[in-house]
Design a binder for this molecule. Structure first.
Ligand SMILES: [Mg+2]
Length: 364
């Protein structure tokens, strides 16, 4: 299992999401999503695939991975997943515990787990203890439309496609109310605001939204690591609070839980240290009675890893699926929810291989 090659491949995939483009995601306009792949090859020809969280054709992030993270892998034993992750983290910890270094390490970790499964011809979910179900339920994570007409139409479309849970990224009460009305009894609605407000603003907004019966309220406070502020909003008792996509490690989640900041933890396999770290966070949540629903705004190996991870968790967490359509996806139809559900792949490792033709077309 000696590593003989490692490279990154950056794709920019244009999408459609209805309404008026460009759509906003996390408050930033966009009409294409990156898929930043890490490909690791071992002696004998086996190849593992990972994914780093990336946005905006992030050539700088690619460069960090290419120059600082991949060269030390050559010659290492790919089966030493935890050691490789720890050594990279320890050697580079003064360059940030969340951000490019962490995203790159996450991608490497996912690729090594893919290789581990392929080496023993076993699907990833079996390495994680086995799937609790052959398919998992997804929620539609809508773009931010910023007007009532488009958010209503997107909500109706998601329900038509069989989703029973819909997450909004709106920040104004009128749009949020419109979507909740449109969903009616057909779907539960949660709200992700992407950290826009001071604690005082979040407290006021949270009160204004109280009557809408949101399934959860996500990241209402700036900055994301203001766990004490988040705990103040949670202490109002009006909403279940979700957070964690901007946290870097197990210890960040420990601090969040200690502060009483969250009901729902949302680590991301392509940001928060890969499967290795997110599995630890899952165990921490179980011990503390915190719900574990990984963040997943991904369309490559990170998404597939999350499908395996969720399937092997006793509570079968909902899979986040960004509600947008691509002309083609890198796994064809395999990761596109049908009736709001996705099948857990059953081939070795991640169980799906990126389509070389899609890579060729969208590589930048
Ligand atoms: Mg979010």
């Amino acid at each position: 299992m000696q590593i003989i090659g490692a490279e990154t491949i950056l794709l920019s995939m244009p999408f459609e999401a209805g309404g008026t483009p460009p759509w906003s995601f996390g408050g930033k306009p966009t009409n294409a999503f990156d898929v930043l792949l890490v490909r690791i090859e071992v002696e004998g020809g086996l190849v593992g695939w990972g994914e780093a969280f990336s946005r905006g054709r992030d050539a700088a992030l690619k460069q960090v991975i290419d120059t600082r993270l991949l060269p030390p892998l050559i010659g290492k034993d790919a089966s030493q997943i935890a050691k490789i992750k720890h050594d990279l983290e320890f050697q580079l910890h003064n360059f940030g515990r969340i951000g490019p270094i962490g995203y790159g390490i996450s991608a490497i970790d996912i690729a090594l787990w893919d290789l581990a499964g392929k080496a023993v011809r076993t699907p990833l979910h079996k390495l994680l203890g086995g799937a609790f179900a052959p398919e998992i339920e997804a929620y539609a994570s809508l773009m931010r439309y910023g007007n009532e007409r488009d958010v209503r139409a997107a909500t109706a479309r998601a329900i038509e496609r069989g989703y029973r849970y819909i997450k909004l990224h709106e920040i104004e009460v009128a749009e949020i109310r419109a979507a909740v009305e449109e969903a009616g009894s057909h779907a539960k609605v949660m709200l992700d605001t992407n950290c826009p407000w001071s604690v005082a603003e979040a407290l006021a907004k949270s009160r204004a939204l109280a009557e809408l019966g949101l399934y959860w309220l996500e990241e209402p406070v700036w900055p994301p690591e203001n766990y004490r502020g988040l705990a103040e909003v949670r202490a109002q008792g009006l909403h279940r609070i979700a957070s964690g996509e901007n946290a870097g490690s197990l210890h960040d989640f420990m601090a969040m839980i200690d502060a009483g900041a969250i009901d729902i933890a949302q680590p991301d396999v392509a940001k928060t240290g890969g499967l290795t770290e997110v599995l630890k966070i899952g165990a921490l949540c179980e011990a503390h009675g915190i719900e574990f629903i990984p963040h997943c705004a991904l369309f490559g190996p990170g998404q597939v890893a999350t499908i395996h991870l969720n399937s092997a968790h006793r509570t079968l967490p909902l899979l986040e699926r960004l509600f947008c359509d691509f002309e083609v996806e890198i796994y064809g139809e395999a990761t596109i929810p049908a009736g709001g559900r996705v099948r857990v792949p059953d081939a070795p490792g991640l169980g799906l291989e990126p389509d070389p033709e899609v890579i060729r077309r969208f590589r930048i």
